[in-house]
Structure formats: C-alpha cells, structure tokens
Write a protein that binds this ligand. Structure first.
Ligand code: MTE
Length: 331
C-alpha cells in the first residue's frame, strides 16, 4: 500500500463489457432479495446455542461441495488459482507480496472465536460453526481491485454478510460495523516485531447499509476450496466495489457502532486512504492514477492494463448508496 507507481503509460483503449449489461437492475435486485422477502429471511432466525465442537472443517467441506453458482458472476477470465494464493497483501505475514504465502505455512485456524459486540441484541463469542452453519454458500466471481492499481477476477465462496449480521439483531443505534483481525504474534510473524509497519489489530469498517448490501460477502472459500491463510482464513470480507484494503481478513471481532470507526489505513495516511474507498477512476490516489489497473497475471513486459470502472463495475447496484454525496470529499 505504501508503494510508488512508476509507469505512467496511457491505458489500452479496449473495452470491457460490464456484466451489468447481462442482467437488468430489477431482475438483479429481485434475486438479491431486495424486491422480495429474501433479504428479511434471516431477520428472525434464532442463533444456535454456541456450538461446542470443533468440527467446523467437516461441516464447511460439505457446504463447499453443495455451494450454488451465483447467476450474476463477472463474465471475465478468471485469475488463475496459483496467482490468487501467491500474490497477496496481508501485512500480518509481512509487507512483500510473497510474504503471506511463505510465512503462513504453519498458520493454525483453531481455536477461533468471533466476538460480536456493541449496539446489538445478541452479543457473545461465537464459533466458526455458529457463524456459517445456517448459511447456504454461493460461488461468486467478483472483480477485485486493489488501491495499488492491480486487479484480479476471483471466484470467492461465501454468503451475504447482511444475513449474518441480522442474526445478531443490530439495535436502532447501529449505524456502522467495525471489524478486527486477530492479534496473535504466535500465528502472525509480523506482529512479533517491536516496531511494526502498521498498528495491530488491522481494523476496517462499513456503513450499516454497505454492510447489509447483498453484494457484500462473508468469504469462507475460494475456487471451491477452503480459504487459505494467505487469503484471510477462516473468514474475510469481500466488498467488490471498494478498494481491496476494505476486505479485511481473518476476522475475530464485529462491533456495531453509532459513530464511524477509525480504520487502519485512515489512521496511517488519511489523505491517501478514505473511509469509503469506493473504486473510482475519477479520483486519483495522491501518488498515482486510478484510471487503469494491471490485471493479473501480468509481467513488466506485458502489464496487461485495463481501464478501471467506477465502483469497480458495480455502479448500477451500489450508486444509490451514495446519492447526493461528493465522492471526491468522501473518497
Ligand atoms: N486484511 C488484513 N488483516 N491485513 C492486511 O494487510 N490487506 C488488504 C486486504 N485485507 C490486509 C487485509 C489489502 S491492501 C488487500 S488488496 C487485500 O486484503 C488483498 O487480498 P488478497 O491477498 O486475498 O488478494
């Protein structure tokens, strides 16, 4: 994230057909549950008593095997699995792109608890089984755009974050959701250094309506398999219309708040990284252009530039969330 972009060449002028042209807004909203009863379906579902067993992997395997293909997936060439799992940003394992794959080989998920806290009816510490058991999994191919101007197209497996949040019964004061990554120097080597690059825990946040949007995914797998540590096992967010740093990995805490939370990258460089972080080719990063992106896999000889799309191509679905807002000020 603190890198400097050197290449100032102009983007190639070919066009990507946005997949929004494949499905009408109304049809999409209907299937996402906004126009029907679907979105409310989890509202009243009781939480199970805290699951005691640590059998989550077997349960997850069954769910992965029966996951359903999402009908609105990006119709673009997938980034190969080997690139998705070896070119990563995960500062808890180091700042280099290959540090996460190299330094996460011994990472153990167990034990794992997710604390639910703040303005919510059902606070507590939940097991992984508690978190994902009631949810059917979907395979969703999303474009994924990092603020550093590279991108991928990835088949994530997960379920809508909003369906999970509703089960905890957010209160009327819950206007924002704050997420934290695990702090454990035994499992995350970069957290052992006395002077680390970023303050731990890694923190991210969403406005409540962004968190409840049907595109916002709680991810447990990729390419049909369990999420690997370098990609944020066992639970990570995927918010496809925002820069990648919003998609926090290895989540252990979800807090419902009345006020907008401070997030890691805002604390580090608020002029460069905003709370909203919506992908926007019209608003450059202070140090580099956001008009185009290197689509992985690529090389220095073939950078594979593609034009960046507003809201990463999800404008039709998410622009209403920001109606009337100045996206330059709220970047
Ligand atoms: N989450 C945590 N906890 N720590 C991180 O360093 N990096 C973010 C995001 N989530 C990060 C994180 C950034 S900058 C990006 S681009 C994506 O994870 C990268 O996800 P990927 O490695 O699965 O492609």
């Amino acid at each position: 994230m603190l890198i400097k972009s050197k290449d100032k060449a102009t983007p190639k002028s070919f066009e990507i057909t946005p997949e929004t042209s494949y499905w009408s807004r109304r049809e999409w909203l209907k299937s996402a549950g906004i126009l029907g009863a679907g979105l409310a379906a989890f509202g009243g579902a009781p939480l199970p008593a805290m699951a005691k067993d640590q059998n989550w992997q077997a349960i997850l395997n069954d769910k992965l095997a029966s996951s359903k293909k999402w009908p609105h997936s990006a119709q673009e060439e997938l980034t190969p699995y080997k690139d998705v799992i070896s070119y990563n940003n995960f500062y808890e394992f180091g700042t280099g792109k290959s540090d996460p794959v190299e330094n996460s080989k011994d990472f153990k998920v167990d034990p794992w608890r997710v604390q639910i806290t703040g303005e919510v009816g059902k606070p507590g510490h939940y097991t992984l089984e508690d978190i994902f058991r009631p949810h059917a999994l979907e395979d969703r191919v999303y474009r994924f755009r990092c603020v550093e101007a590279w991108s991928m197209v990835v088949p994530w497996v997960g379920f809508p974050l909003g369906d999970l949040l509703k089960r905890f019964e957010p209160g009327s004061k819950a206007k924002y959701v704050r997420f934290e990554t695990l702090v454990d120097p035994d499992r995350f080597p970069a957290q052992r250094f006395a002077r680390s690059t970023i303050p731990w825990p890694y923190v991210e946040g969403l406005r409540m309506d962004e968190a409840m949007h049907p595109l916002t995914l709680m991810v447990v797998g990729v390419y049909g398999k369990t999420l690997l540590p370098q990609n944020g096992a066992p639970l990570r967010l995927m918010v496809p219309w925002k820069y990648g740093f919003k998609s926090i990995k290895s989540i252990v805490k979800i807090e419902f708040l009345e006020q907008e939370p401070d997030t890691t990258w805002q604390r580090l460089a608020s002029r460069e990284y905003g709370f909203y972080a919506n992908v926007n080719p019209q608003v450059d990063h202070p140090r580099w252009s956001q008009k185009r992106e290197r689509r992985l896999p690529n090389s220095i000889w073939d950078p594979n530039w593609v034009p960046t799309q507003k809201f990463n191509g999800y404008e039709e679905q998410v622009a209403p969330l920001y109606a009337g807002m100045n996206l330059r000020t709220h970047f």
